[in-house]
Structure formats: structure tokens, C-alpha cells
Design a protein around this ligand. Structure first.
Ligand SMILES: CC(C)(COP(=O)(O)OP(=O)(O)OC[C@H]1O[C@@H](n2cnc3c(N)ncnc32)[C@H](O)[C@@H]1OP(=O)(O)O)[C@@H](O)C(=O)NCCC(=O)NCCS
Length: 212
């Protein structure tokens, strides 16, 4: 597949790039991590690693793909597309896996905030393909890779007979918003949560959908 003068390759073969995938994924979750994990990035990373390794994260293979530009080098981006039923299944399985990790850390407050964030997140409907993650490496931003990945996601959704591509975006991510609105997404709802113990830290999710 070509993009300008480049050869782009989107693959579910993660090969030796699992850590790169995790690092890219982490850039999509800044607002969530700030709300749920507060000052504990190590715990955030552990949760990410465990759910990924057990195959229950939204971005575990085979739903995760890496984007390469040319045959050599590091991935320039990642994309995770999850059909509605698998999305619901994986979220349940991930919650169980995370519960075990957090139990070891006695992180009750983290568990509560995770449930609060889950409660305001998108609920996939039958016929939805969930665009669960998209990220472009910092040094490769602004070159149209994000736009290209959304087009591939829409192609895949159509091929699967899905009626919509749907996603959650944190309200404080104008760059992602701009990409989604130029790609045909419209806002369905906006939901905010704050913890009773520290109401100044909020998380707002906007649920977006792109009809196909
Ligand atoms: C959001 C993100 C995926 C965009 O990818 P990208 O490859 O840089 O985006 P593109 O180059 O394809 O640009 C697409 C649109 O983004 C917008 N955009 C690009 N650079 C921008 C900038 N510096 N500021 C604001 N908007 C910008 C433009 O509207 C562009 O539209 P156009 O195609 O009509 O020109 C990327 O910045 C990223 O990975 N961010 C961190 C992870 C993240 O936030 N993921 C989304 C979580 S929901």
C-alpha cells in the first residue's frame, strides 16, 4: 500500500516490537492514566504489560497492528480494531486480570477509579467496530499516517459488514479530535467523572461514531 512516496505496511505480526507497541499504546492513555493511576506510572505500566501478555487488552494480538513505512526500521504507529462482542469479552477479562494485579498491590483506590472510568466509557453496540487505539510515533506525527490508519479502519469495518466505527477520546486531546472530525466522526455523548476523594482530577470521554 502506498502513501505519497512511501510504502506502508500494516501488520498483526508484532514480532520483536512488543515493547514498542506498549510504548505507543501508552501515549493514547495519558488522560486515563492521570485519572486512574495518579502518581504511579509503574503500576500503570504493570497493568498494561499484564493485560497485554494475557491476551485480554484491547490492544493484545491479533487485534493490534503495527504500521511500518518501508521494509526496515521501527514501527511508525499502531492501531487496534475490536469487533463489538470481542470488545465486551476482553473488557471483562481485563478487569479480572487487573483485579489480581491490584490485589497484590492492595490498590483499592486504583480499582475504584478504574471502575469509575469504565462506567463512563463507550458501550459497543451490535454491528460496531471499535477503534480501540491509534497512535503515531512522536517523530512521525503530522505526516498523514493517522489519517491513513483511519481510512484502513473504515475499509476493514466495511469489509466486516459493520455499520459504524466507534471510539472514545479524552476531551483534552485536540489533535486526536481534529483527526477524527476531519475523518467523518461525530460526537454522540460526552461523559465526565471525578473521584469523591479528589474532585479536582476529572476524566471526560467523548463517544464518537463514524457511520459507514
Ligand atoms: C492523534 C494522532 C494519532 C494523529 O496522527 P498524525 O499522523 O499526527 O495525524 P495526521 O498527520 O494524519 O493528521 C491528521 C489530522 O490531524 C490534524 N493535525 C495534524 N497535526 C496537528 C497538530 N499539530 N495540531 C492539531 N491538529 C493536527 C490535522 O487536522 C490533520 O488533518 P488533515 O489530514 O486534514 O490535514 C497522533 O498525534 C498521536 O498518536 N497522538 C498520541 C496518541 C493519541 O492521542 N491517540 C488518540 C487517542 S484517542
Amino acid at each position: 500500500m502506498t502513501h505519497g512516496s512511501h510504502d506502508l505496511r500494516l501488520t498483526t505480526d508484532i514480532g520483536p516490537f512488543a515493547q514498542t507497541l506498549l510504548d505507543l499504546e501508552a501515549t493514547t492513555a495519558e488522560a486515563y492514566d492521570r485519572f486512574v493511576f495518579r502518581g504511579d506510572p509503574q503500576l500503570a505500566d504493570e497493568v498494561r504489560r499484564v493485560t497485554f501478555a494475557r491476551g485480554v487488552a484491547d490492544f493484545s494480538p491479533p487485534t493490534a497492528r503495527l504500521l511500518f513505512d518501508g521494509d526496515h526500521g521501527e514501527p511508525v504507529g499502531m492501531l487496534a480494531l475490536v469487533p463489538d462482542t470481542l470488545f465486551i469479552e476482553r473488557r471483562r477479562a481485563a478487569a479480572l486480570a487487573v483485579g489480581r494485579v491490584l490485589h497484590q498491590h492492595r490498590a483499592t483506590a486504583v480499582r475504584e477509579r478504574m471502575a469509575e472510568a469504565g462506567a463512563i466509557s463507550l458501550k459497543a453496540e451490535p454491528g460496531d467496530l471499535v477503534l480501540a487505539r491509534i497512535a503515531i510515533a512522536k517523530q512521525a506525527e503530522g505526516r498523514g499516517y493517522g489519517r491513513w490508519l483511519i481510512e484502513r479502519a473504515a475499509d476493514e469495518a466495511r469489509a466486516l459488514g459493520c455499520a459504524r466505527l466507534v471510539l472514545d477520546v479524552a476531551a483534552d486531546n485536540p489533535r486526536a479530535f481534529s483527526l477524527y472530525s476531519r475523518s467523518g466522526f461525530v460526537e454522540l455523548a460526552r461523559r465526565t467523572v471525578s473521584s469523591p476523594s479528589s474532585p479536582e482530577v476529572e476524566l471526560t470521554y467523548c463517544h464518537l461514531a463514524c457511520p459507514l
